[in-house]
Design a protein around this ligand. Sequence first.
Ligand code: PAP
Length: 335
Amino acid sequence: MGDLKTLANSTSNSPEITSLLSQLPRAKWWEELDLYLWEGAWYFPSVLESTLAFRSHFDSSGTTADFILASNPKTGTTWLKALASYIMNCTRNNDGGGYVIDENVEDPLLKNHPHELVKTLECVTYLKNQTPDLSAIPSPRLFHTHLGYNVLLESIKNSTDCKIVYVVRNPNDTFISLWHFMNSARTPEQGIFPIEEAFENFCNGVYIFGPFFDHVLGYWKESLNRPNKVMFIKYEEMKKNPREQVKKLASFLGRPLASDEEVDKVVWRCSIDRLKNLEVNKYGMSLWDGLSKSSFFRIGTVGDWKNYFTSEMKERLEELTRSSLEGSGLNFEIL
Ligand code: PAP
């Protein structure tokens, strides 16, 4: 995995991170990647160090508002980043009746991969610089995180000016998407990683930012307690009825769209069919070395898991899903 391995496994070797890592449970993932269990979730060493930096230095006091997009990997992050940044770019209609796309302003998605428009705090913003200056970013600021709700800062959780949007996807498609994604970072010599082994890890919660259900339930419970603070969106519902979901998202972000025509424009401009064919997303490496920009766009459908799962895999994940979500009120329509 070349660069990905270097980026994932390395730290600054400071006494603090070295000492912390020496005390944490450790696992190997995909042969050569190190994972450490901290506060109930698995991290690459580099990402754990940047998570600690984020927790020490992130400051929301100087801004009037922040929006934090959150997700477990491969559940719709790229799509949500595109949608939220596109919506935040809309301007108020002259007659005051909602927000519209300003066609005089250049489409931000033409020149930027969605991951460049909304950076992931612990994977990009705090990765190479532990004290980035975020004060110059105009308010409302838009960030993303893969961190679990339990390790978000209290200042984010308690601020009335900070809202969270969480996107979730059914675990079957999430796993298949993750397996393809990780395979795309392997060399031809390494070949395809055995799906059985990857599945075993996923079911045991041993993967970057796993376990899946703990992550999902942390945000789900908070969205039930405080719906005005945490919006919970299902990938499958966005696929089924993108218009309705985009309307809801825009209202939550304080940018209600002026008309169905505007909603349709946002839906199309952020669609995978459009984004995967834009030059900016076809070539080059993402902000994470070792991962190509194009690897964030594959097929983007619901139900691809059926092309890969054996009946044993289906039953095992079905049972895990049932027992993990029991009593939570959350369910996935796994088609
Ligand atoms: P990340 O968490 O690593 O950023 P994320 O964007 O959540 O990844 O996951 C990528 C998945 O979203 C891919 O799914 P697939 O492997 O099943 O195809 C990718 O195709 C899909 N995706 C990316 N952009 C969009 C979009 N605009 N609409 C729908 N799905 C999308």
